[in-house]
Design a protein around this ligand. Structure first.
Ligand SMILES: CC(C)(COP(=O)(O)OP(=O)(O)OC[C@H]1O[C@@H](n2cnc3c(N)ncnc32)[C@H](O)[C@@H]1OP(=O)(O)O)[C@@H](O)C(=O)NCCC(=O)NCCS
Length: 195
């Protein structure tokens, strides 16, 4: 069983989640060359203008068309400048499970953008697209990413030993998830001792 996510645009008051375009090439190159991005994501090193061009105009689109997932540019809603990316990959259409990933450009960090975009994407995946689970995997030492996961409402499930790799070598990964019940959960009603 397989599928393809439809080309989609989503909007919040300050963010637009839209497909990558040729206009994002220079900002993508700068963000993917950044030291922190390169520390936690095994992107090409050095990350060239050709790499950015391929990603923005071909690879991100081809991954959606292959059924693997969907990759959004996170753009500033006021001027459409690239602020980061959030996307889905390794989609299992039979189990209806997909894995989220993100980076935020150095000029847009520290404003809660990754969590906001991850929450919007998770709601879309689990309600609109009727998926059953969105996963996030973050290196145990990547505390910023783990804060993002919790702020986006994901639940921490445990550590996968030696499961990931970055340029510096193998890493343990913390597994987080978001499931449909997370949108329905209400705090339990207080029990009335007199009843
Ligand atoms: C992880 C990442 C996406 C967070 O994005 P963000 O939108 O800046 O997230 P937040 O604004 O919620 O900040 C999260 C944490 O990042 C750190 N942070 C804040 N401002 C920062 C800045 N200017 N530069 C670097 N880190 C910063 C803080 O620890 C912050 O936590 P705090 O608010 O409790 O102090 C971003 O740091 C990034 O792109 N990192 C490199 C790629 C990466 O790790 N991707 C995830 C792989 S699993």
């Amino acid at each position: 069983m397989s599928g393809i996510f439809p080309e989609t645009v989503m909007q919040t008051s300050r963010l637009t989640l839209r497909p990558f375009t040729g206009g994002d090439i220079d900002d993508t190159r700068a963000a993917c060359s950044d030291e922190l991005t390169q520390r936690w994501l095994p992107l090409p090193r050095p990350y060239t203008r050709e790499d950015a061009t391929a990603w923005c105009t071909e690879v991100a689109h081809a991954l959606r068309e292959s059924g693997d997932g969907i990759h959004f540019a996170i753009a500033d809603a006021s001027n459409d400048r690239l602020m980061g990316t959030v996307g889905l990959k390794k989609t299992d259409w039979r189990a209806r499970v997909s894995e989220v990933g993100y980076w935020v450009a150095p000029w847009a960090r520290g404003r809660g953008i990754a969590a906001e975009a991850t929450r919007v994407l998770g709601e879309w995946l689990l309600t609109d697209r009727a998926f059953q689970r969105m996963e996030l995997l973050a290196a145990t030492e990547n505390t910023a990413s783990q804060k993002v996961a919790l702020r986006a409402g994901l639940h921490r499930e445990g550590v996968l030993r030696n499961a990931g790799f970055v340029h510096a070598g193998r890493v343990d990964l913390v597994l987080f998830s978001l499931v449909p019940q997370d949108f329905q959960s209400r705090p339990p009603a207080p029990t009335d001792p007199s009843s």
